[in-house]
Design a protein around this ligand. Structure first.
Ligand code: FES
Length: 165
């Protein structure tokens, strides 16, 4: 990442959103859209621009499931692990630690050849957890980047993932 390009991006976003503390979240979203994830360089420059510590910016970036502080694949698959989705399909029950793998997670891991939290070696897919994404009455649910999918079965989840190339 070229620093000058990053600084220009931050300034462009500051024109749009402002540069007070409330603007930090949309700024981070904008930078994630542009760069795919929020690495140390991004965190440091946002901190400098907003006059905050790197720890403060990192804590915001790492709090929200739609922001990534580690390198991600082109398609980030986020499987909901909140309680309503788990109850929608008892065979999909997972523990929050992921020690008990539900059938949808097992199917996605087998399809992608990776474990939860990992990225495929070709850089295409990352598999990750998400907390509730507002589809509780239609669980189990997952997102692929910004796209929401509900009423999943293992086969449906795999078909959805295969549709992204
Ligand atoms: S609990 Fe999964 S979308 Fe709400």
């Amino acid at each position: 990442m070229i620093r000058e390009s990053l600084l220009n991006s931050i300034e462009h976003l500051a024109v749009h959103y402002g540069d007070n503390r409330d603007a930090m979240l949309p700024t981070l979203q904008g930078l994630q859209q542009e760069y795919g994830w929020l690495g140390t360089e991004v965190i440091n420059e946002v901190a400098r621009r907003f006059g905050l510590s790197q720890t403060e910016v990192f804590s915001v970036a790492s709090f929200y499931h739609f922001l990534d502080t580690s390198m991600r694949g082109r398609y980030v698959i986020r499987l909901c692990r909140s309680i309503s989705c788990a109850l929608a399909d008892p065979e999909n029950l997972v523990t929050r630690s992921g020690n008990t793998k539900g059938r949808i997670l097992r199917a996605l891991e087998a399809e992608l050849g990776i474990s939860m939290g990992a990225t495929t070696t070709d850089g295409l897919y990352t598999l990750d957890w998400a907390n509730c994404m507002g589809m509780c009455d239609r669980g189990p649910a997952m997102m692929v980047n910004e796209d929401l999918y509900a009423e999943l079965t293992p086969a449906k989840a795999v078909d959805i993932v295969r549709s992204y190339h």
